[in-house]
Design a protein around this ligand. Structure first.
Ligand code: DAH
Length: 358
C-alpha cells in the first residue's frame, strides 16, 4: 500500500464529500468510503497481510484517513442542513408587515362584546369571572337556590329536562346562571366577588325569547355586605354600561326564592314617538333582578348566615345588548347572517376598556 495511493484515495473521497449536493448523495459517499464494503474498510482488512512494522505505519495512516473522512462527512452534513433550513425559511417567509384587508376582517358578535364590556366594568370593581356547566342537576339549578320541588318558579322556568341518569334523576339544561352561585359558595370560602356570564336555556321561543340565551350572574359574600353595596354596585354598573352619567335608576320590590329582600332594577328611558331611548325620559325599563342572598341559600352551601351575608343579581345579556346597540329582534343574534354581523358586530382590535370608554 503506497502512501501515494492513500493520498489519491483521500483527495478523491474528499472531493466526493464536498461535491455531495444533498443528504442522500452524501450517504452514498459515506458508504463507498467507510461502509462495511467501503474502500477504506477494505484497505483495513488487508492490514493482516503485512509485516509488523509496515502494519503499524499503514494502520496509523488508515486511521488518520478514516477520522479525516468522518469529520469531513459530519461537516458537510451540517452545512447541507443549514442550507436546507435557509431554503425553507426563504420559501416559507411571511410578510407580517403587510396591511390587513379591512373588508375581510371578522367581527366580534354583540354577545361577546357585551360580555367583555360587563367583565371590564365589574373587573374594575374587583369581581372575577366564574363559570359552571350548561348541564346541571336539580340541586344546583333549583333546590339549593331555595326552589323546592313543588315551587311555581320551576314551571315558570320552562325547563329542558334530559333523560334520567343512572342514579334515577334527570339532569337539566341550566335555566339560569344562578347555579354557579351555589357551585362557587360550595367551592371557595368568602369573601366572594364573582360574575358569571354564560349560556342559559328555556323552552320558549318568540321575538323576545330564544330557547338558548345568555345571562350574567353576580354574587358578593362577605361579613358586612349590605343592601347599600348592592345598590351602589348596580347603579354604578348601569351608568358605566350605558355610558350615561345621570342615568335614572330605581329599585322596585320584587320576589325571587333565592333572595330576601328581592328587587328589580329599572333604568330611565323615553318612549316618545314610539321610539325607545335610554336615559332621563320619564319612563322606566326593567333591566335586572337582584337581592340579598337568602339565609337558606347560604346554609345550603355550608356558609353560616349569622356570620356572612351578601347580594346577588342576574341579568339577560341579549336584552342589555339590544337596548344599548338598538338591535330590534332577538332572533337575529343566532341567524349567523354575515350582513347582520358586519352591521352590528365590533372590530376585533377595539377591546372594551373603561378608560377609553366602552
Ligand atoms: N335567576 C334569575 C332569573 O333567571 C335572575 C336573578 C334574579 C338572579 C335575582 C339573581 C338574583 O342572582 O338575585 O330570572
Amino acid at each position: 500500500m503506497l502512501k501515494d495511493d492513500l493520498g489519491r484515495l483521500q483527495s478523491d473521497l474528499m472531493a466526493a464529500i464536498s461535491g455531495a449536493g444533498d443528504m442522500a448523495a452524501l450517504e452514498v459517499v459515506r458508504v463507498r468510503a467507510l461502509g462495511k464494503k467501503g474502500e477504506v474498510t477494505g484497505l483495513m482488512k488487508t492490514l493482516g497481510n503485512l509485516g509488523p512494522d509496515e502494519r503499524k505505519t499503514a494502520g496509523q495512516a488508515l486511521n488518520t484517513l478514516k477520522d479525516a473522512l468522518a469529520a469531513a462527512i459530519e461537516a458537510r452534513k451540517a452545512s447541507l442542513a443549514e442550507a436546507d433550513l435557509e431554503a425553507r425559511l426563504a420559501t416559507e417567509r411571511v410578510d407580517v408587515s403587510l396591511p390587513a384587508r379591512p373588508d375581510e376582517i371578522g367581527r366580534i358578535h354583540p354577545i361577546s362584546q357585551t360580555i367583555e364590556e360587563m367583565v371590564a366594568i365589574f373587573g374594575e370593581m374587583g369581581f372575577t369571572v366564574a363559570e359552571g356547566p350548561d348541564i346541571e342537576d336539580d340541586f344546583h339549578n333549583f333546590t339549593a337556590l331555595n326552589i323546592p320541588p313543588d315551587h311555581p318558579a320551576r314551571q315558570e322556568h320552562d325547563t329542558f329536562y334530559l333523560p334520567e341518569d343512572a342514579a334515577g334523576s334527570r339532569p337539566v339544561l341550566r335555566t339560569h346562571t344562578s347555579p354557579v352561585q351555589i357551585r362557587t359558595m360550595q367551592a371557595v370560602k368568602p369573601p366572594i366577588r364573582i360574575i358569571v356570564p354564560g349560556r342559559t336555556f328555556r323552552a320558549d321561543s318568540d321575538a323576545t325569547h330564544s330557547p338558548m340565551f345568555h345571562q350574567v350572574e353576580g354574587l358578593v359574600i362577605d361579613k358586612t355586605t349590605h343592601m347599600g353595596h348592592l345598590k351602589g354596585t348596580l347603579i354604578e354598573f348601569c351608568r358605566a354600561y350605558f355610558d350615561i352619567d345621570d342615568l335614572p335608576v330605581r329599585f322596585r320590590t320584587s320576589y325571587f326564592p333565592f333572595t330576601e329582600p328581592s328587587a328589580e332594577l329599572d333604568i330611565g328611558c323615553s318612549r316618545a314617538g314610539g321610539k325607545l331611548t335610554i336615559g332621563a325620559g320619564g319612563d322606566w325599563l326593567e333591566i335586572l333582578g337582584c337581592g340579598m342572598v337568602h339565609p337558606r341559600v347560604l346554609e345550603n352551601c355550608g356558609i353560616d348566615p349569622d356570620v356572612y351575608q351578601g347580594f346577588a343579581f342576574g341579568m339577560g345579556i341579549e336584552r342589555a345588548a339590544m337596548l344599548k346597540y338598538g338591535i330590534p329582534d332577538l332572533r337575529t343574534f343566532y341567524d349567523s347572517d354575515l350582513r347582520w354581523l358586519r352591521h352590528y358586530g365590533f372590530l376585533p382590535f377595539e377591546l372594551p376598556n373603561l378608560v377609553r370608554g366602552l
